[in-house]
Each structure stands twice: as structure tokens, then as C-alpha cells.
Design a protein around this ligand. Structure first.
Ligand SMILES: O=P(O)(O)OC[C@H]1O[C@H](OP(=O)(O)OP(=O)(O)O)[C@H](O)[C@@H]1O
Ligand SMILES: O=c1cc[nH]c(=O)[nH]1
Ligand SMILES: [Mg+2]
Length: 214
């Protein structure tokens, strides 16, 4: 990795993650399997995202004796998928963090300008007090993620992480440069972008592959 602020980039490259990502990238993988893989990868990645959760000590009576244990300290978390493709990751995060609530942010890239257009937003009322995890499989130019980060900062969110499956270096740089606190989690950092601002080699259009719209 060669980024300024690279301490804010976490590459989740566990062998099982790399294996599943290889199948995800394959253009012959059908939508059903693609959806399952996006969900599974999101769950694996959430292990890393939640690594820094604070713990508290508790005592538990086992059938044999008292055990000194640790449990996760109650924190309020919100998952914010960038629609549509981010929806595919929500269940995977909820598999690990079932108490999280979900805010939705609709964002669509213009095919000519590659700029995002926001078309929907519905957040939990107390979003400013929650640890927020933005999810989207693809971080290409960074425009959509940046718009989501700006929106959430304006809502008063202080604790913010971005979790993607595949990132272009351009998108990572854009996000790190624009926000001084956000951390980016990704399963892969690809070579770059093509003329249509698609990630190369990437996996194509994640939304279309999840929902079978092409
Ligand atoms: O980093 P960027 O250059 O902004 O590109 C990435 C965005 O593009 C895709 O969404 P898309 O606009 O295709 O919408 P969709 O999820 O409805 O397919 C993807 O899911 C990201 O949100
Ligand atoms: O490669 C890309 C870029 C943007 N959006 C996608 O779904 N894929
Ligand atoms: Mg799309």
C-alpha cells in the first residue's frame, strides 16, 4: 500500500476472503451465488471492523465454577448501505451485529459524468450518537462514498467507518483526503479505473449483478 494516511486503510485479505472474492469477480458467477458471496464477505469483513469494540469484564457461572469473562460493552451502531448495491451487504453485517439499526442512502452515478446523485435518505433519529458503518461493495472514483460521508457528517455523526469489497486507489485517496477521521475497510485494492470509471479488474456493476438487472 502506498497511501498517505494509510493507517486509516484496512485490507481484509484473509485466505477465505480472497477465495470468495475470486468467485465473486468471475463473470460467469450467477446472481444467486453473487448475492450469497456479497453477504458472506460483508460478514467476514465485519469481524475486522468490530475488532476495536470495547469490552467489559463480567462473571459467569459455568456448571463447574465462576469464570471471569468479557462481553462487548453496549455501543449503538448503525449500518448505512449506499443503495442499491450496498443493500447486498446489510444482512452480512447484521449476522454479526444483530442489534444495529439501518439507515438508507440512495445514490446513483451518472453514466456520463460519473458523479453521484442522491435520491433517497432515511436515517435513524439518533444517528449522530451512533457508530456508523457505511457499506457499499464498490469504491471507484470515491464520489458516492464521499457524498455519503459528507451527508452523515452534516447529520452530526462523529464515529464513521466505510466498508467496501473492492476499491480503486483513486477512491481510497479521495476518501482519505476529504475526511480526516474515516477508516476504510476493503477486501482488495485493484489497479485503477477505466474510461467509464469502472474498477479494473473489479467485478463489473455490483448493483446489476446483485439484482440481476443486466
Ligand atoms: O466510487 P464511485 O465512482 O462513486 O462508484 C461507486 C458507486 O457506483 C455503484 O453504484 P451505482 O451508481 O452503479 O448504483 P447502483 O448501486 O444502483 O447500481 C457502486 O455501488 C457505488 O455506489
Ligand atoms: O467498477 C464499478 C464502478 C462503479 N460501480 C460498480 O458497480 N462497479
Ligand atoms: Mg450500479
Amino acid at each position: 500500500m502506498a497511501f498517505e494516511n494509510e493507517e486509516r486503510v484496512v485490507l481484509v485479505d484473509h485466505p477465505m476472503v480472497q477465495h470468495k472474492l475470486a468467485i465473486l469477480r468471475d463473470k460467469t458467477t450467477p446472481s444467486k451465488q453473487f448475492r450469497e458471496l456479497v453477504r458472506e464477505l460483508a460478514m467476514f469483513e465485519t469481524f475486522e471492523v468490530t475488532r476495536d469494540l470495547p469490552l467489559e469484564e463480567v462473571f459467569v457461572e459455568t456448571p463447574v465454577a465462576e469464570a471471569k469473562c468479557k462481553i462487548v460493552k453496549g455501543r449503538k451502531m448503525a449500518i448505512v448501505p449506499i443503495l442499491r448495491a450496498g443493500l447486498g451487504m446489510v444482512e452480512g453485517v447484521l449476522d454479526l451485529v444483530p442489534a444495529a439499526c439501518v439507515g438508507h442512502l440512495g445514490m446513483e452515478r451518472d453514466e456520463q459524468t460519473h458523479r453521484p446523485r442522491e435520491y433517497y435518505a432515511k436515517m435513524p433519529k439518533d444517528i449522530a450518537d451512533r457508530d456508523v458503518l457505511i457499506v457499499d461493495p464498490m469504491l471507484a472514483t470515491g464520489g458516492s462514498s464521499l457524498a455519503a460521508i459528507e451527508y452523515l457528517r452534516e447529520c452530526g455523526v462523529k464515529s464513521l467507518k466505510l466498508m467496501v469489497l473492492v476499491a480503486a486507489p483513486e477512491g481510497i485517496r479521495a476518501v482519505l483526503d476529504a475526511d480526516p477521521d474515516v477508516t476504510v475497510y476493503t477486501c482488495a485494492i485493484d489497479d485503477g479505473l477505466n474510461d467509464a470509471a469502472y474498477i479494473v479488474p473489479g467485478l463489473g456493476d455490483a448493483g446489476d449483478r446483485i439484482f440481476g438487472t443486466k
